[in-house]
Design a protein around this ligand. Structure first.
Ligand code: KG4
Ligand code: ZN
Length: 364
């Protein structure tokens, strides 16, 4: 079946058309088009997302984005079998735009529509096809031995370790007690005056001194705290890291040039976040014996995180799945894929435009 996905939960206006087949026994997807309009340019000067501006921009861009998606996919509304839209969690003014356009299109085209949990969407980004051949072997092997799957969701608003027992069956085993990992990247990047969004900015700054012979790298012995890294649970805390960055940066900047301090601080911020996320995931692998481990969400684009996790998980001999980097940050292809699983598991009568409502605080 062909599914139109719509995503407007935060600051990306996104639409996608995917083909889904195989049912729960052997699900497989191809992405015909995935279009995303980023609002970074709008929010950049505020150093974070302004909800009302986000909503306005979604309203302006949603129809052109859907039109472009159909054009690239070479499909027409009559080819679509299902509409899937993010109904939460997220910013309510943003969610309302996507939900209402999906309801209107479902009514006009007389198609079923499904409201999708954004976090579930991130999880299913791992089911979308990968661009690189080497990784495809996981894709083939995983249908038999997938569950229970341990999934680390790391985005701008969420940091959660989830044990997925089957399709649609999730248990949150740990989560952040304060800031999300992406939020920590964003806030520390702001303190270091590196711009927005912070994750890619910190990663790029850290890369400047990635060479072990780098003079700056060896000049500063910066050590930031790794809050809760050894706590007995699977919870996280990142706000102390941000505060430590604030004090240390203000101190160092008095003595050394910013162009030396920034890469050294950025590298250590990235190391600290990567260490914490990896340690907690390893603890969960050891205690819970999952059949697979996956990561998802915007922070899972981070190269240092991917490399460290791949190294650390190797000895556990279970497949480590990472979404293609094009599906790590918010996109509508993952929402369409989640829509397929929801559709397979629900009665068709529930798929009416009358039933979809936005919920900013939706849980999985
Ligand atoms: O999943 P996402 O697009 O939106 C939410 O659902 O929140 O995640 C956005 C977050 C931002 O905090 C951004 O700084 C972070 O993902 N991010 C990264 C990278 N790319 C995006 N963090 C670290 N390294 C990256 N390469
Ligand atoms: Zn997201």
């Amino acid at each position: 079946m062909y599914i139109l996905g719509i995503e407007t939960s935060c600051d990306d206006t996104a639409a996608a058309v995917i083909e889904a087949k195989g049912g729960l026994a052997k699900p497989s997807f191809s992405v015909l088009a995935s279009v995303s309009y980023s609002q970074v340019a709008i929010h950049k000067k505020f150093g974070g997302i302004v909800p009302n501006l986000a909503s306005r921009a979604h309203l302006e861009k949603i129809i052109p984005t859907i039109k472009e998606t159909f054009k690239i996919a070479k499909k027409k509304p009559e080819n679509i079998d299902l509409i899937a839209v993010t109904k939460g969690p997220g910013l309510l003014p943003s969610l309302l735009i996507g939900v209402n356009i999906a309801r209107a299109l479902a009514y006009k085209w007389q198609k079923p529509v499904i409201g999708v949990n954004h976090i579930e969407g991130h999880i299913y980004s791992n089911w979308l096809p990968l661009r690189f051949r080497e990784s495809d072997k996981f894709f083939d092997s995983r249908n038999q031995t997938l569950f229970p799957a341990l999934i680390l969701i790391v985005s701008g608003g969420h940091t959660e370790l989830v044990l997925m027992k089957d399709y649609g069956k999730y248990k949150i085993i740990g989560q952040t007690l304060d800031d999300a990992a992406g939020e920590c990247f964003d806030k520390t990047a702001r303190l270091l005056e590196l711009g927005f969004p912070g994750g890619p900015a910190i990663a790029a700054e850290a890369a400047k001194i990635s060479n072990p012979k780098s003079e700056i790298r060896n000049k500063f012995q910066i050590l930031l705290p790794r809050p809760m890294i050894n706590s007995k649970d699977y919870n996280f805390s990142f706000s102390g890291l941000k505060t430590a960055v604030l004090y240390l940066y203000n101190d160092l900047i008095k003595k050394y040039p910013a162009k030396e301090i920034r890469p050294a601080m950025a590298a250590e911020v990235q190391n600290a976040i990567v260490d914490i996320l990896t340690a907690k995931t390893v603890k969960a692998i050891e205690n819970l014996n999952p059949k697979t481990v996956m990561i998802a969400g915007g922070v899972s684009a981070n190269k240092a995180l991917r490399e460290k996790m791949a190294r650390e998980f190797e000895s556990y001999k279970i497949p480590f799945l990472m979404p293609d980097t094009s599906y790590t940050t918010d996109n509508a292809a993952m929402i369409a894929a989640a829509g397929y699983f929801n559709y397979l598991m629900k009665k068709p009568t529930q798929n009416s435009w009358k039933k979809i409502e936005a919920n900013a605080n939706l849980n999985i």
